[in-house]
Design a binder for this molecule. Structure first.
Ligand code: RP5
Length: 164
């Protein structure tokens, strides 16, 4: 199983660390690239057109400002494309969010929240788990651990309230 993470600039990388961590934690093969829809448009086109034959099953595309990367890649492949709007501008990422999520009918981009790269990695893993049963088990365990950590926080809150 293989996921590609394409970023519009290396300046996006710090925001994408949680996505990379999730993909690696679930033992999913990762191809990470810097490709820009505007600065390297030919590369973007070539990447999208050849992704499937390279064994890539899902593309995650992260970009900021006028963030056309996810949409451009989605235009040239039938692989699922997950978009991460990156906050890299004076508009707090609203520009990236709208330019990633507001795709015309026929070319979907599954867009996560601004800078929400962990969710992009998890969504990719969940999509892949339809095909890979072991991955589904790992995701179910991950959800259980997450729920337990919230229960612990709730118990802590209850005991703190007793002392107020
Ligand atoms: C976008 O422009 C990139 O995805 C990045 O978020 C933003 C700024 O890029 P740099 O000028 O830092 O390379 O295309």
């Amino acid at each position: 199983m293989k996921v590609a993470l394409v970023m519009g600039s290396d300046s996006d990388l710090p925001v994408l660390r949680p996505c990379i961590d999730v993909i690696k934690a679930f033992d999913i093969e990762l191809e990470a690239r810097v490709i820009s829809a505007h600065r390297t448009p030919d590369e973007a086109l070539d990447f999208a057109k050849t992704a499937e034959e390279k064994g890539i099953e899902i593309i995650i595309a992260a970009a900021g400002k006028a963030a056309h990367l996810a949409g451009v890649l989605a235009a040239h492949t039938v692989l699922p494309v997950i978009g991460i709007p990156v906050n890299s501008s004076t508009l707090d990422g609203m520009d990236s969010l709208l330019s990633t999520v507001q795709m015309p009918a026929g070319v979907p981009v599954a867009t996560v929240g601004i800078n929400a790269s962990e969710n992009a990695g998890l969504l990719a893993a969940q999509m892949l788990s339809l095909k890979y049963p072991l991955l589904k088990e790992k995701l179910q365990y991950h959800k259980k651990v997450m729920a337990e950590s919230v229960s612990i926080k709730d118990k802590k809150l209850q005991s703190e309230l007793q002392t107020i």
